[in-house]
Design a protein around this ligand. Structure first.
Ligand code: GLC
Length: 540
């Protein structure tokens, strides 16, 4: 009997998801910042129903809500509106309609752990000790010597507590002091945040990516956290967060319960996809987010890949681990880039971008792509005195995330076709060369390779929805097979800088190669593939 239920798989299992960082995708107002209208304008690029487009099945939009932008959208001051710089609710509704007309689902970011300090909830909470919303956030008295209530560090450096002179208490923030944490132990907060989900579900969204959701509940007593004996020695002095073991500030039992409640809440709205951003503190804590028999997150994101050395053996072990750990009801995902990490092309090198794309789109699970990776966008170069990302400013330039958020490069014209004025982050120097228009016209470009991969995947049950078996291969190669019923795909990825011979048994033909090898027939023997080459063979 097959371990996986192949029939009637929901769209989020079969499809490819594409993350858009709205501030940096396409600007139609000329203010140097992307907007929702810009996304509408580019929908045909994403999927116009033909292989001339990328062919993605869903977009995930990073926050577009009103925000003072202390953390560039992840500090929300109103969950029920659109930032006027990016559009309006009317534009959002049109975006959903236009996306749906093209068969593209819309997933939005939900930021449950913290609001902006500018949110009216926090302004009220902050106003006095007896304000009815005081307990919507986490307030504590100082210790007898006036210090913060515990030793917890903020993700963005320094203590997680901010002293409030006017009411004589500290409030808690796991990120910036401008991002106070909500108190999910207050049922009114839970109701208010569930109302937010319903508001957007009623507007037709198809899913939520839940930001640092594992952090919403803290241990009720908030005890001091122990130091991590394995913490690196070279951490910056204010990186308290990096020195601690995170056992009380996230992945508490109540979070898993709440994820179950989210799952219940979205069920009446159809095939809604719940994606969890889970910071990875071990397989057991992470796996629990799937719930039992599909009552948790559909896709607790697999962010692990991005932090592994880019070597065949390490990647192979990670794939193997996922295959052996996941219960039958759980479905993997594969993320190789996002708005918090070094760009894929910079992390691995341009010579590896096609191999990475092939891995991401052929391994079992839902691929979540990041805008610009399809043209090999590299990390932007930002001078230290120009850094805008608070993490880069407070802790150090090595944490600066501006570099992976630079504007999309559409053409060789002014501002790379992104905007008519100077963009909020600089356009990269290679934009004249590396852009969508150039790659569109070059049949061997990375963009056209992504298109071929995605469209090929769309037509192949073996690649979308089947088992995965790792096969023996030469050193430095990852070889695996995907199979469903009579359909079998054989994938070989060569991470080596030299050509290798890979044994192959059976009959088949190469249907896609990173190196544009001609379609060739194969029969038992071996196949020679080039340095950094990957191939997909359809087996007979
Ligand atoms: C998540 C987001 C990141 C943000 C943080 C705080 O990790 O991906 O961009 O800064 O949460 O909301």
């Amino acid at each position: 009997m097959n371990k996986y239920p192949f029939q009637q798989a929901p769209w989020w299992k079969l499809g490819t998801i594409y993350q858009i960082y709205p501030y940096s995708f396409s600007d139609t107002t000329g203010n140097g910042m992307g907007d929702l209208e810009g996304i509408i304008k580019r929908l045909d690029y994403l999927n116009d129903g033909t292989p001339d487009s990328l062919g993605v099945d869903a977009i995930w939009l990073s926050p577009f809500y009103p925000s003072p932008k202390a953390d560039f959208g992840y500090d929300v001051s109103d969950y029920l509106d659109v930032d006027p710089e990016l559009g309006s609710l009317e534009t959002f509704d049109r975006l959903v309609d236009e996306a749906h007309r093209r068969g593209i689902r819309v997933i939005i970011d939900f930021v449950p752990n913290h609001t902006s300090e500018e949110h009216t909830w926090f302004k009220e909470s902050h106003s006095s000790l007896d304000n009815p919303r005081r307990d919507w956030y986490i307030w504590r008295d100082p210790t007898p010597d006036g210090g913060p209530p515990n030793n917890w560090g903020s993700h963005f450096g320094g203590s997680a507590w901010e002293w409030d002179e006017s009411t004589g208490q500290y409030y808690f923030h796991q990120f910036l002091k401008e991002q106070p944490d909500l108190n999910w132990r207050n049922p009114e907060v839970v109701w208010a945040m569930k109302d937010v989900l319903i508001f957007w579900l009623e507007r037709g969204v198809d899913g939520f990516r839940m930001d640092v959701v594992g952090m919403i509940y803290k241990h009720p007593e908030m005890p001091d956290q122990p130091l991590d004996p394995n913490a690196p020695d070279d951490l910056r002095p204010n990186d308290i967060y990096g020195r601690q073991l995170h056992i009380y500030d996230q992945d508490q039992d109540e979070v898993y319960e709440m994820v179950r409640e989210f799952n219940q809440l979205v069920r009446p709205y159809g095939e809604i996809c719940l994606i969890g951003e889970i910071l990875y503190f071990g397989a057991d804590r992470w796996l629990r987010y799937y719930g039992t028999e599909g009552d948790g997150f559909h896709l607790p994101m697999q962010l692990q890949f991005m932090h592994l050395p880019w070597e065949a053996d390490t990647i192979k072990s990670a794939v193997q681990e996922i295959e052996s750990l996941l219960p039958a009801h759980a479905w993997p995902s594969c993320v190789l880039g996002n708005h918090d990490e070094v760009r894929l092309a910079t992390r691995y090198g341009q010579e590896y971008t096609r191999l990475a794309a092939m891995l991401q789109l052929t391994v079992r699970g839902t691929p979540i792509l990041y805008y610009g990776d399809e043209i090999g966008l590299e990390n932007g170069v930002i001078d230290d005195d120009k850094i805008q990302d608070p993490w880069g400013i407070i802790v150090g330039p090595e944490f600066n995330r501006d570099c992976c958020r630079t504007p999309m490069q559409w053409d060789a014209g002014p501002q790379a076709g992104f905007s008519t004025s100077v963009p909020w982050l600089p356009i990269s120097a290679d934009a004249g060369e590396r852009n969508v228009a150039n790659q569109d016209g070059d049949q061997f470009s990375l963009l056209n390779f992504y298109r071929s991969l995605i469209w090929h995947r769309r037509g192949s049950e073996a690649l979308r929805n089947s088992t995965l078996e790792i096969l023996e291969g030469p050193p430095g190669c990852l070889v695996f097979e995907r199979q469903v019923d009579a359909e079998r795909a054989w994938i070989a990825l060569n991470f080596n800088g030299n050509e290798v011979e890979i044994p192959f048994s059976g009959e088949g033909e190469i249907i896609l190669s990173t190196h544009n090898q001609d379609i060739i027939n194969l029969s038992t023997g071996s196949l020679t593939i080039e340095a950094y080459e990957g191939v997909i063979v359809s087996c007979r």
